[in-house]
Design a protein around this ligand. Structure first.
Ligand code: APR
Length: 309
């Protein structure tokens, strides 16, 4: 168990993340920070009042400043605006870059040893902004995207096959956008290659639906974007770090030559433990998958070009 985890942004994703962290007993204190007066305090208090029923001792507190967050071992960043129908994640870039810059300065000042788990979109570019501004090594700035994209893909596959989600193993790599790369060659059902269980004609639309998973929710909600699955995904990463589980999860990591790519964040298989990003695993890709990963990384670079850090 960690001493303190801070979640910046007490909106849909942030508040749900705080609650899940508390319910999983991952820290003694969870601090919710938001710019809106009263909201983080109110949501924190409401969650803490659920503790006697849910059976957790994690103290959830809210604040409008970073004083109570000081010394946090992990900071999850969910601050920013969410998508509306018709918007791509990249449409958020300027507004959210300014917010993430300001948040990262505060993290650097108050939590200099923290591991940042970035959730704000466009994800890969926001990771870069946080890394630049906080000046942390790549081990301590990691992005949540692949775990969510993979969860969506796994959920759709389980539905199509009428099997338990627990038995679907998969990885979605690349940037967190339309160019993400679900690795069909590494998708198995309890070790059985998915291609033996589903014909291409059924598999292709599932891959496409996973790519479009965020937009599907946005078009249904109309006033915001997904938060139940995104918060679950962020908490799975925090759990791997807090409990030093050495889990292999697809995360956005700063690349320094892996997969022939460098100078951008991109989703790759990562080992997460108490040190944060402890290793990037380089797995064999088909030439098609490699091409798709490079195209996805190129799309991230283009969005990076829109802002100055
Ligand atoms: N510092 C702290 N909090 C901030 C700041 C800031 N500088 N600027 C905005 N916020 C807060 C808002 O006040 C709001 O409470 O961030 C919160 C965002 O919450 P929502 O609007 O509910 O958005 P949410 O659905 O939680 O998505 C947040 O995560 O998944 C991504 O694309 C999504 O970028 C978006 C982010």
């Amino acid at each position: 168990m960690l001493d303190k985890i801070t979640v910046v942004g007490a909106g849909n994703v942030g508040a749900t993340t705080a609650q899940r962290l508390a319910e999983k007993h991952l820290a003694r204190t969870v601090v919710l920070v938001d710019v809106v007066a009263g909201v983080p305090q109110g949501k924190g208090l409401d969650q803490w009042e659920s503790a006697p029923i849910e059976g957790f001792d994690t103290r959830v507190v809210g604040a409008n400043d970073y004083g109570p967050a000081a010394g946090s071992e992990v900071v999850v960043v969910t601050a920013g605006i969410a998508r509306k129908p018709g918007m791509s994640r990249d449409d958020l870039v300027r507004t959210n870059a300014d917010i993430v810059k300001q948040v990262s300065q505060q993290i650097k000042a108050t939590c200099p040893d923290a591991i940042i788990v970035m959730v704000s979109n466009p994800l890969d570019v926001m990771c870069w902004v946080a890394k630049q501004v906080a000046g942390f090594p790549r081990q301590r700035v990691i992005g949540m995207a692949g775990v969510l994209d993979t969860a969506r893909y796994r959920a759709f596959l389980a539905e199509a096959l009428n099997v338990s989600v627990a038995d679907i193993q998969a990885m979605v790599l690349g940037g967190h956008g339309d160019t993400m790369v679900p690795l069909v060659s590494y998708t198995t059902v309890s070790g059985i290659p998915i291609t033996q269980l589903l014909p291409k004609a059924k598999l292709d639309p599932i891959v496409q639906r996973a790519r479009n998973g965020g937009a599907e929710i946005v078009s249904l909600l109309k006033t915001g974007s997904a938060y139940y699955a995104p918060s679950s995904a962020a908490v799975q990463m925090v759990e791997a770090i807090a409990l030093d589980r050495k889990r292999i999860l697809p995360c956005a990591a700063w690349l320094e030559g892996e997969y022939g790519l460098s100078g951008m964040y991109c989703g790759v298989p990562c080992k997460l433990g108490r040190g944060g990003l402890e290793q990037i695993l380089e797995v064999e890709l088909s030439s098609e998958e490699r091409k798709a990963l490079h195209a996805s990384a190129e799309a991230v670079k283009q969005t990076m070009g829109v802002i100055a850090v």
